[in-house]
Design a protein. Structure first.
Lengths: 551, 551
């Protein structure tokens, strides 16, 4: 078994992940999150929200997963969001065309014509088939379509950002990578609308020394080496094209470290010219190192430029610009024309008033186009009819079409990779010990309460500890079956970081032991202090080796 | 404007809710949650999880919103999940048939034939149309399909429950109730699998005195009065048919009170015989009182019996029972037959061995059916061929098909109703003051930081307070534009419970004021204490009138 198989075996057996619809034979691209997988995923989502919404200041919104056709006609998905596909003439199996295939990889049959297959799921809204609906392949379009509402919420000022976590759907032709290529999955995206002339980030100083492992397009085409650079250097050398994008690349790394990634297993790979979307200005993938699949994308960040807003503005006939006031109004001199009353009077007599009126409405440009029509008469415009005058105008600002920076996280892949990175096996006293070394802040079950015996009042004390932890918001388990060693192993395997054991000493002095999953060390604490000690342990505020002094 | 209109006007203008796809003309049944609506909805979901998963002990799972056809063929949705529909022959408009309609309500045209319209959105999975997918109209089926995995996770013991929050979809024919009738919405469900012979709830004592406003089927058909009863009385009188269902009705009420409902605006209405699903044993709706729509369902609770597991067992050919061991094995005496060798020898001679062998495999029932075939010969079974013997058997337990209790919460309706119930208008100093009296634990923005001036260092102190609150997990806003009175009003209107004002005294003694939205009273606290005081205020641990002593 390779690591992928070991992780998936554990994930299925213990309730992290399993294929959907198993009793009906399953279908590729659909996986369920079981009780532990959902708890793990929920923690990651909670930290994502805390990082981006609470601390980051981007409000979250929620738009439907089903969209009307207009949205994806405008965005280009209806025409372009497709993979090339080929079907085997013999067995009928469909394949995504990745490279030159001649014979069916399943049965050796000959293949049909290559055609494009749109990856959006299509349906009809309401009775009949006249109103087409698509399941969104990204959350982004829901935010672009809401641009006016969001701009107003942010009181008409750039930059602003909005976040969204939700399901997206891609009707893959024949997904073959287990949990890593899903047809329905969860992404967490931020769309940051910026003034394209202001690509410096106000808080760049805070993160400029963050060291990144970068794999720029140039290195991919030459020596294949990654570069270790501070963000500041990467931006100054022009490898990352803008400070604003650079700031958010650093934020992606900080978030990934916060949920337990180690820096050596993350790199940022720049899109090469042949893969970058035609409209995008700069794109990077945060990639994580996996055992079977090598480096895989877990987060993407794109500078989408003005592509999306322009597309929706055009398709919906709504302007999607922002009025950006100048710091102080500027004064501009402009040449204008004014009717020369005397010359007009001389030349047009009875029609003079009408000609004067017509000239008043003309701009300089229009005047120079040559003629006006007064009644049935076409009058050639000659310079003697007007006076040229310089006037001063005060201009308070201008309308700007924002650019969009978009960090986009694949939450399900992050869940899988964290499981794989945490998976560890070791020999302890001649036995194989499997441990998921998940950081305490993301572990699905944060603590397990273990009465040494299920009698003598140990069980009652145990239930009391369980309840006090639940009341304080901890997701805990209670387990009284089997030997204590077996119960420790059971929880090591699912990554429970702390085990609270109720023993006979508990009955004497109201203390319990807390065992640390990784060091297997134990401390004793007062039973009433368990919730607060757990809080500190999970927040990482207490180093376990020192925690022994807490009693 | 009635209250619905007032609430929706506020919701749209301030960023709680607005119709989806507005720039493309919108489509009935789809609404976006804006920044404040999403924050409000997130808090309700968080409290729901805390209540049911953390404190309640039901693990959460996540199954796909898109399901393969088998799932809904088995559940009956493909055949039965439909509304009656009629189309206008003149204008083509489609209508749900609610009552006797003769002419089109839109144009007065004549109507076509009534037909059934299935309310599931249908699509195809992968290329071609051979694999049908449906968007789920409830999360429940995902849990039933996972029954074996879940049972194993819970170590083969009943009762157990699993929770799920997620999107569901109903392709309404022509939804006409704004945010209250959506085609895509969020529900939060628990499926509790119980032993049908054990309908008493182990923690019934904890909630037996909870007083409920009940509207039983009988009262709906007679005097139309609701009954105020303790849970205990309601169960004893047989109005609520089982303790287990009663326990969860009380839990629903406790949850609704926790997120801010007042008890007078909640009632539990029992399904009448003509509306209850044919398989269900007892069904109740928790209804909330609204201004325009009267009592509307916000939560349902159903005892689904064994309908779903039986249906999936049949369709998938998988047994879906639980082996329930007896407390101690029981011994049962059973009559068996044994071949009477001597009689057989006499009667069948050469064939005696074969007849003996055939008789050994027969049960008593089979023996009494009458004949056996030995070779080509049919032998009538007569009593003299066997001896009857009583044997003792030890039986350790039996297989049980669980029943399912399902509380199901409509999260989007709860959001709307809480907005409506919180909406308040009053005259203050001759001005109209609109206040959303949302409880602090669900208010989208928990506090707003207001520097009296945007200079003199007040802004810097303000930003410091904002950051310290965000670091501590509070969703706060910072607002320095306009008069302080106008800023208070702006936040009263969106329900921000606390306003932290930085004034000149802050520069002298590092204190700030905290203003309570509802009483408009203020207290002064040390700037460094703001996060902890906010925590206590939001948790409701400090009555504001007494909080003045905190300084």
């Amino acid at each position: 078994m390779d690591k992928y198989e070991k992780v998936i075996e554990l994930a299925k057996r213990r309730g992290f992940l399993w294929p959907s619809f198993e009793i009906y034979g399953s279908t590729a691209g659909f996986w369920d999150f079981g009780p532990l997988g959902t708890a793990l995923k929920r923690r990651i989502k909670e930290i994502w929200i805390d990082f981006h919404v609470i601390r980051g200041g981007f409000y979250e919104i929620e738009t439907p997963t089903m969209c009307i056709e207009d949205v994806f006609v405008a965005s280009g998905h209806v025409n372009n969001f497709a993979d090339l596909m080929v079907e085997c003439k013999k067995c009928g199996e469909a394949f995504k065309v990745d490279s030159a295939m001649e014979k069916c990889p399943e049965c050796g049959g000959s293949l049909g014509e290559v055609c494009a297959f749109n990856l959006m799921f299509k349906t009809s809204i309401g009775p009949g088939s006249k109103r087409i609906g698509y399941l969104r392949p990204e959350t982004a379009q829901g935010m672009f379509v809401d641009f006016h509402r969001l701009l107003r919420f942010y009181r008409d000022r750039l930059p602003f950002g909005v976040a969204q976590i939700g399901k997206v759907y891609r009707n893959e032709i024949s997904p073959r990578q287990g949990t890593l290529r899903l047809r329905e999955f969860t992404i967490a995206e931020v769309e940051i609308f910026i003034d394209p002339r202001k690509t410096e980030h106000p808080n760049f100083e805070d993160v400029k020394n963050v060291v990144l492992q970068l794999y720029p397009a140039k290195e991919q085409l030459s020596d294949g080496k990654t570069l270790k650079l501070s963000l500041k250097d990467a931006v100054e050398k022009g490898i990352i094209k803008q400070q604003f994008v650079g700031y958010h690349i650093a934020q992606i790394q900080l978030f990934l470290l916060e949920i337990g990634f180690s820096q050596e297993k993350i790199r940022f790979r720049q899109h090469k010219n042949d893969e970058i979307a035609h409209y995008a200005i700069d794109c990077w993938d945060a990639e994580a190192l996996t055992d079977r699949f090598g480096w895989i994308e877990i987060v993407g960040i794109a500078n989408r430029g003005d592509y999306d807003l322009k597309a929706h503005a055009k398709h919906s006939q709504n302007e999607m610009t922002v009025f950006v006031p100048y710091d102080k109004p500027i004064t501009r001199e402009r040449m204008v024309i004014k009717p020369n009353m005397r010359a007009i009077g001389r030349k047009f007599k009875d029609n003079a008033a009408k000609v004067t009126e017509a000239l008043r409405t003309l701009s300089l440009d229009q005047f120079e186009e040559g003629t006006i029509r007064v009644g049935d008469e076409v009058i050639p415009l000659t310079k003697d009819l007007v006076k040229y005058e310089l006037v001063s105008e005060e201009i308070s600002g201008e309308r700007v079409l924002p650019h969009v920076i978009e960090p986009s996280y694949g939450i399900d892949r992050i869940v899988y990779v964290l499981l794989e990175h945490s998976f560890d096996e070791e020999e302890v006293e001649g036995e194989r010990r499997v441990v998921l070394r998940l950081p305490p802040n993301i572990a699905p079950i944060q603590g397990v309460v273990l009465p040494l015996l299920s009698r003598d009042g140990l069980d009652k004390k145990g239930r009391w500890v369980e309840r006090s932890l639940r009341k304080n918001g901890f997701l805990v388990d209670y387990d009284e079956s089997g030997t204590i060693g077996r119960r420790y192993r059971r929880h090591d395997e699912i990554g429970t970081p702390f085990a609270i054991t109720i023993d006979h000493q508990t009955l004497d002095d109201d203390t319990v032991t807390i065992r640390d999953r990784d060091s297997m060390k134990q401390i004793r604490v007062l039973i009433g202090d368990v919730p607060s000690v757990m809080g500190e342990l999970i927040a990482g505020g207490v180093i376990f080796e020192k925690a022994g002094t807490l009693i």
